[in-house]
Each structure stands twice: as C-alpha cells, then as structure tokens.
Ligand binder design. Structure first.
Ligand SMILES: Cc1cc2nc3c(=O)[nH]c(=O)nc-3n(C[C@H](O)[C@H](O)[C@H](O)COP(=O)(O)O)c2cc1C
Length: 177
C-alpha cells in the first residue's frame, strides 16, 4: 500500500530542528480535510550508508525510493551545511530516477544557524526538486536556530509550514484531477 505523503529528513541529528518542522508539515497534511492524507517520515540517516552511496543494492534504500515514487506529496527537510542542503539529501536524490517527482508536489524546508543562507531554499532546494520534475510550492520554509526554543519553533515558522501545506494539498488536488 502506498503512502500519499512522504517526508524525507536530511539531518543526521537525532534532535533535529529541520526534522521538527518536517513533522509539523506532515501533521498539517494529515489533518482531516487538509487534502494531504496519511504520511510517513523517512530518516535518510537511518538508511545503510553503502546503499545510499551506491556501493551496493540495498533493500531499505530501494524501498525508500519506491515510497517516494508512489507518493503524491514529498516534504523535504534539511539542515543547511556549507551554504546548501545536506550531503545526505544529495546522495539520496542522486539515486532517484530522472523525473522521479514528475506530477508530484514538493515542499522545501531548511534550517540554518543564521539568516545568511536563507536563499539556499530558493537557490539550492528548489532546483534540486525541480531537477527531478517536482512542482514546488510557492512557500518555502527557512528557520534559523534562534527561532527555536527548546526544540519548539516560533509561531511565525509554524504559520509558514501551515501555508506551505495548504498550497501543497491544493496543487496535488489539481495534479490528480
Ligand atoms: C557541518 C555543518 C555545517 C553548517 N553549515 C551552515 C551554513 O553554511 N549555514 C548556516 O546557516 N548554518 C550552518 N550550519 C548550522 C545548521 O544548519 C543549523 O544548526 C541547523 O538548524 C541544523 O539543523 P538540524 O537541527 O535539523 O540538524 C552548519 C552545521 C554543521 C554541523
């Protein structure tokens, strides 16, 4: 059975800010009437590294890729590392077939240490998602570490997530009708 909404976390951290935003996005999309549907979060860091690096075929990596191919909405979250998305996210995307996200909607989410790399969402994540055919929502989400208190994001960030989720559901409905 395929899951309509897949979340991909590109953070290697167990206590991750970008993952916390991803969880909020999935919750928003799952809400009754939201138009998203059931979701599943895949922690890319938990996948076997040999499979992720393409050194060998790996059943868990193949299954994660298939889940993405079967989904309607993909929510991607990443910490900003060296001014762009994490290497973990990059190696997973390198394994996707061309046009893997065609006719799918994507939400880009990132967190960074400060505001300086805010544009990494638009200059890094958007082109990454578009390169495999995704329709990316207008509202990208970028949070700085200062916008979190004890792991909880400030209301402005939560509002942005809600808006991105609404846009994703509306776009996905348009794609499937
Ligand atoms: C190796 C490394 C590189 C980083 N590079 C940047 C960077 O270039 N720009 C930035 O704003 N933050 C950078 N940071 C800070 C993280 O992006 C930031 O703390 C982020 O919120 C971590 O996300 P996470 O909690 O989901 O792992 C870096 C952190 C690490 C560990």
């Amino acid at each position: 059975m395929s899951t309509p909404v897949i979340g991909l976390s590109g953070s290697p951290n167990t206590s991750s800010r970008s993952r916390a935003l991803l969880e909020l996005a999935l919750t928003a999309l799952e809400r009754p009437g939201a138009g998203g549907g059931p979701s599943r979060l895949i922690d890319l860091a938990k996948l076997p590294s040999d499979g992720l690096l393409g050194r060998r075929e790996d059943a868990d990596v193949s299954e994660a890729i298939q889940s993405v191919l079967d989904a309607a909405i993909i929510v991607v979250s990443t910490p900003i590392y060296r001014a762009t998305y994490s290497g973990l996210l990059k190696v997973f995307f390198d394994l996707l077939p061309q046009d893997a996200l065609a006719r799918k909607v994507a939400i880009p989410i990132a967190t960074g240490g400060g505001p300086g790399h805010l544009l990494a969402v638009d200059h890094g994540l958007r082109p990454l998602l578009a390169s495999v055919g995704a329709l990316v929502v207008a509202t990208g989400v970028y949070g700085t570490d200062a916008q979190f208190r004890a792991g909880v994001p400030e209301p402005a960030l939560v509002e942005r997530i809600e808006r991105a989720a609404l846009e994703a559901a509306a776009l996905a409905a348009g794609v499937t009708t």
